[in-house]
Design a protein around this ligand. Structure first.
Ligand code: ADP
Ligand code: MG
Length: 394
């Protein structure tokens, strides 16, 4: 039931529809402010061009909510791409319609068209049948290169695919699936998962699925506060999801019966505000009433380091603290460095903010994989079936 890659598909002279992730932001002057996502898809696009495909690119930018918004046009992206590829990129006036149909029909082999922002149409996010069929009418071959939206069943990621005979993954998508797959199936043990960040609600599914696979789960960040509170610790003014205490207790009980070790922070860096420039280290159970925890403390980092040094497989999502502020970055940067020291093992990182933290710690190149997949990566590691991937199965 595996999906093929674009390298295995016959592209010559065919209209190859590639769903790409070009969700970038624009500078006030109307340029692309960070082109990393665009550049990452160049190998797939170049491959299609070289094989003589008539390339039809489809993407979204921002949240136009089903309405045409000139400031969210893909025009700056098309201009950037034309420059990067050294050839014309013909942008359509609408994501689907007579104009788009004409541009696609007029394409010659090796040429590139780009549909206007898919989310200008309400049919995209609603996975509307008519819109899906319109998109499919521009495609002889379908390739998905937008892993970051693969957890959504939208017209361009799921609905249209059943109407296209030949389908597969772009190179980026393939790499994400292979690399994230390293922490989903059979893993080399010990498998240590480190989960932080700010939302218990969003990540409880991930935590529960890890109970079935990980040997040790280390919790940090605001996430850990809720679990500490569930054990009766005083957290002062720390961010605690009070409504989630029962879920946290149930999770801790389940971990105990499944024999999975849960490691909570021993000490915390506290201050009055997240904007404070200094912090105090306190025992995890004793945050003063007028203070809040914004990072894990040095003893906790040392314990994490010791656990990680014995790990053969590591998955990390969620910063250990408010790492955006230098006063509360030590726990997160220390964790990143400890993971980078897992030599010869498999180290996989997911989550948008966590990827930024890894970059800041300067350890990206020493890790097995840092996913660019955001929430889609977390859903994948939680063992969920992503609609965008399921649609590609043959
Ligand atoms: P990711 O994007 O990697 O999945 P999250 O979005 O879940 O990560 O969490 C990142 C955010 O969590 C960061 O903005 C960070 O400031 C915040 N955070 C981490 N620890 C704390 C804490 N103790 N208190 C408040 N916010 C926190
Ligand atoms: Mg985030």
């Amino acid at each position: 039931m595996a999906a093929r890659t674009i390298a295995e598909l016959d592209l010559q002279g065919r209209r190859v529809f590639i769903r790409v992730d070009f969700d970038v932001s624009y500078t006030p002057a109307g340029g692309v402010s960070d082109a990393t996502r665009i550049r990452a898809t160049l190998p797939t696009i170049a491959h299609a061009i070289e094989r003589g495909a008539r390339v039809v690119l489809a993407a979204h930018v921002g949240r136009p909510k089903g309405r045409s918004k000139p400031e969210l046009s893909l025009l700056p992206v098309a201009a950037y791409l034309a420059e990067a590829l050294g050839r014309d990129v013909f942008l359509t006036d609408e994501p689907a319609g007579d104009g788009a149909k004409k541009v696609v029909n007029d394409l010659r082999d090796g040429c590139v068209a780009m549909l206007e922002n898919l989310r200008f149409s309400p049919g995209e996010e609603a996975n509307d049948e008519t819109f899906a069929r319109a998109l499919a009418s521009y495609a002889d071959v379908y390739a998905n290169e937008a892993f970051r939206t693969a957890h959504h069943a939208h017209a361009s990621t799921a609905g249209m695919v059943k109407y296209v005979a030949s389908k597969g993954m772009g190179f980026l998508m393939d790499r994400e699936v292979k690399m994230l797959g390293k922490v989903v199936g059979e893993v080399e043990r010990p498998f240590v998962a480190v989960i932080g960040g700010s939302q218990v609600t969003e990540k409880i599914g991930l935590l529960e699925s890890l109970l079935g696979r990980a040997d040790t789960i280390c919790l940090g960040g605001a996430m850990a506060n809720t679990f500490l509170a569930a054990q009766g610790a005083s957290l002062g003014r720390s961010l605690v999801e009070a409504g989630k205490l029962p879920i946290a207790r149930a999770f801790l009980a389940k971990a105990e019966t499944s024999g999975v070790r849960i490691v909570l922070p021993r000490d915390l860096a506290v201050a009055e505000e997240a904007t404070s420039e200094t912090s105090t280290i306190v025992a995890a159970a004793r945050v003063p009433d007028d203070q809040a925890a914004f990072d894990i403390g040095p003893e906790s980092v040392a314990e994490l380091g010791a656990l990680l040094s014995r790990a053969r497989t590591v998955f990390w999502n969620g910063p250990m603290g408010v790492f955006e502020s230098p006063a509360f970055a030590a726990g997160t940067l220390g964790t990143a460095k400890a993971i980078a020291l897992v030599i010869g093992g498999t180290t996989v990182v997911g989550g948008a903010d966590t990827a930024t933290a890894v970059e800041r710690a300067g350890v990206r190149s020493t890790l097995t994989h840092v996913s660019a997949g955001g929430d889609a990566a977390l859903a994948f590691v939680a063992g969920k079936k992503l609609p965008g991937l399921a649609a590609l199965e043959t």
